[in-house]
Design a protein around this ligand. Structure first.
Ligand SMILES: *C/C=C(C)/C=C/C=C(C)/C=C/C1=C(C)CCCC1(C)C
Length: 239
């Protein structure tokens, strides 16, 4: 029971609480705003709310799990990501759909995100000894997503979809390039004994804690921020 009281220096528990609250608040906001949104963008704003809502439910669990055991809720973390990251791919598809995006593009994004997450899960749980290899494969899938959004089909379609969509896609692209890069950093921080010779935190417990803090901060930035970009697009002049 000692963990149930949060010590003032327990940043892991603290960020799990803040994460839960942020995801809940964002969901309420997106769900209520759906009705104030022009029909064209309604589905996109709704999906933003579904993403933060799924995360809110997982964060509620992860917060409790971490409080009771002091451990990293790796399983819940990956279940959350496996549901929410493909939905973020759906967002890219929805906003470029009016410029002619084909369903094949959606499947490419989803497939790459599943490879990225499943290999990451192997590296963090089942096959820790080879976490560097799993992390590298995961990283390749991540770069492929970045490529599609910055230089590939998503970028090309966004250019022809009007100034507002182009701008929003560029901002979402920054989230994927910079915001999502916090995750591999968390993975490197949390790899026991160091990742391919890189050891940022040597104490194993501190390493796991810094990983959770990195993931929690990244989730709030990426899920709430992503949703707000979509929301801003739905509010932009060009209806
Ligand atoms: C809402 C949750 C999001 C946006 C999660 C994104 C997760 C990633 C971009 C994870 C990427 C990873 C790598 C690129 C390599 C190491 C393993 C991962 C899974 C942490």
């Amino acid at each position: 029971m000692e963990h149930l009281k949060i010590a003032s220096d327990n940043y892991v528990a603290f960020t799990f609480f803040i994460g839960t609250m942020a995801m809940m608040a964002a969901s309420v906001f997106f769900f209520f705003e759906v009705n104030n949104t022009s029909p064209k963008w309604r589905t996109s704003v709704l999906v933003s709310g579904i993403i933060t809502f799924i995360a809110a439910v997982h964060y509620y669990y992860m917060r409790g799990y971490n409080l009771e055991t002091g451990d990293s809720p790796t399983f819940f973390r990956y279940v959350d990501w496996i549901l929410t990251v493909p939905l973020m791919c759906v967002e890219f598809y929805l906003i470029t759909k009016k410029a002619g995006a084909k369903i094949g593009l959606l499947w490419k994004l989803i497939a790459a995100s599943l490879v990225m997450l499943i290999t990451g899960y192997f590296g963090e749980t089942i096959d820790r000894g080879n976490s560097a290899i799993w992390g590298a494969i995961s990283g390749l899938a991540y770069f492929y997503i970045v490529y599609l959004i910055w230089f590939g089909e998503v970028a090309k379609l966004a250019q022809t979809a009007g100034a507002q969509v182009a701008k929003a896609t560029r901002t979402l692209g920054w989230f994927v390039l910079v915001g999502w890069a916090i995750y591999p950093l968390g993975y490197i921080l949390g790899t026991p004994g160091g990742f391919a010779g890189i050891q940022l935190v040597s104490n194993p417990e501190a390493a796991a804690h810094s990983m959770d803090i990195a993931y929690n901060i990244a989730d709030v930035i990426n899920k709430v921020g992503f949703g707000l970009v979509i929301y801003a697009l739905s509010r932009s002049a060009e209806d």
